[in-house]
Design a protein around this ligand. Structure first.
Ligand SMILES: *Cc1c(COP(=O)(O)O)cnc(C)c1O
Length: 386
């Protein structure tokens, strides 16, 4: 009677479950766990944004359904931000759609364009909603490996022609979660060529554009000529302004893609709490010093972790964007086994690569979302067990 739909049954198994369970159990036993697993910023939202929310929440007008799919003023703030950040001019009406966090937009988008039998080209490893959203839409996933030998970029030439003919979507995400790799203009140009030739929609996920180090400034896919004819970019206030719990992001790009997603969403949700939208405008248009501060903080944590791990003899590259460090398990063991060992012997949680797909087996992801003291402590503990 309660048999799950094929759709749900077809979702890939949630491989982080075992580590999640073990972490909870260890905490219940009173052990002092250092959690380097979660990709959720530890810093608070800047106070001027919180104050705007409080003030707006007292306005009765914000208490009603926000049915217009993003206030015009928020769309305008997003357009202003995109233009000043990327020199990309977007029409607030037709080329921007605010979202309840970018995850829902990313996961819903395939429902608007994929039919059963269609393929979605999904990088592996990847942020899980690319895969699950495509599967929930009844489509098939063709995993495109992100290999270290190719700087964790997809090798588009290796995708067979018969797959390209059936593919409707291609996901890209740089700066990348979980590999922390980045993409240059030349790569995006190749993506535009590939997608135009094969009539494939490109979904670029730019959640980490502002989290970068050593003077590096990530670009937008939409800067590339032709990109706006075939693609859409997802963005979020979550990582940029430490607002993961607030649920606000947006999609922007090709107007037909935007209007289809808007049509779909009008059947599913009733908009973002207006007070959150007003606070979002404050985030985008207010003082931006916070971004530099958090990047400085992550950079210090990164340097501490990298030098600590290097002193243990581990081979690890220093990322120039995102708050993740992606590395091979130092003993070349499988990622789940190694993650289990760290938890059992050192009370340190990391994310096993295999949870992001089989091409990520042999790697682990470490998040820089805890204090320097805790990172130092984690390194000390690793010293004792390795
Ligand atoms: C955190 C993250 C997002 C943002 O998700 P929200 O739903 O906007 O909080 C999007 N993509 C990737 C790859 C992420 O890691």
């Amino acid at each position: 009677m309660f048999k799950l739909s094929k759709r749900l049954q077809n979702l890939p198994p949630y491989l982080f479950l075992e580590i999640d369970k073990a972490k909870r159990k260890a905490r219940q036993e009173g052990r002092d766990i250092i959690d380097l697993g979660v990709g959720d910023p530890d810093q608070p939202t800047p106070s001027h944004i919180i104050e705007k929310l409080c003030q707006a929440a007292h306005e009765p007008a914000t208490h009603r359904y926000a049915l217009e799919q993003g206030m015009p003023a928020l769309r305008q703030a997003i357009a202003g931000w995109y233009e000043s950040r990327f020199q990309v001019r977007l029409d607030p009406e037709s080329e921007i759609l605010p979202l309840l966090g970018s995850k829902e937009g990313i996961a819903h988008f395939p429902l608007a364009f994929l039919n059963s039998g269609d393929y979605a080209l999904v990088p592996e490893p990847c942020y899980p909603p690319y895969k699950s959203g495509s599967i929930l839409a009844g489509a098939r996933v063709y995993p495109v490996p992100l290999l270290e030998s190719n700087a964790f970029l997809p090798d588009l030439k290796k995708i067979p022609g018969r797959i390209c003919r059936k593919a409707k979507l291609l996901y890209i995400n740089y700066p990348n979660n979980p590999t922390a790799s980045t993409a240059e203009k030349g790569f995006y140009e190749d993506v535009v060529d590939f997608a135009t030739k094969n009539k494939i929609i490109v979904i670029s996920d730019l959640a980490y554009s502002e989290i970068a180090y050593d003077g590096y400034r990530p670009g937008s896919f939409l800067e590339i000529e032709g990109a706006r004819d075939i693609g859409i970019e997802f963005h979020s206030l979550s990582k940029t302004y430490d607002m993961t719990g607030w649920r606000i992001g947006w999609a922007c790009g090709q107007p037909k893609l935007i209007s289809a997603l808007a049509k779909l969403k009008s059947n599913i949700d009733s908009g973002i709490f207006s007070a959150v939208q007003l606070a979002g405008i404050t985030a985008l248009e207010g003082p931006q010093g916070h971004i530099q501060d958090i990047c400085q903080l992550y950079q210090e944590r990164r340097d501490l972790l990298i030098s600590g791990l290097t002193s243990l003899g581990w081979q690890v590259n220093s990322p120039r964007a995102t708050f993740y460090v992606w590395l091979r398990t130092p003993d070349r063991s499988d990622s789940l086994k190694f993650s289990r060992l760290l938890l059992e012997k050192a009370d340190v949680v990391v994310t096993p690569g295999v949870g992001f797909g089989r091409y990520a087996e042999g790697y682990i992801r470490i998040a820089l979302t805890v204090s320097k003291e805790r990172i130092q402590e984690a390194v000390e503990r690793l010293k004792r067990i390795i």
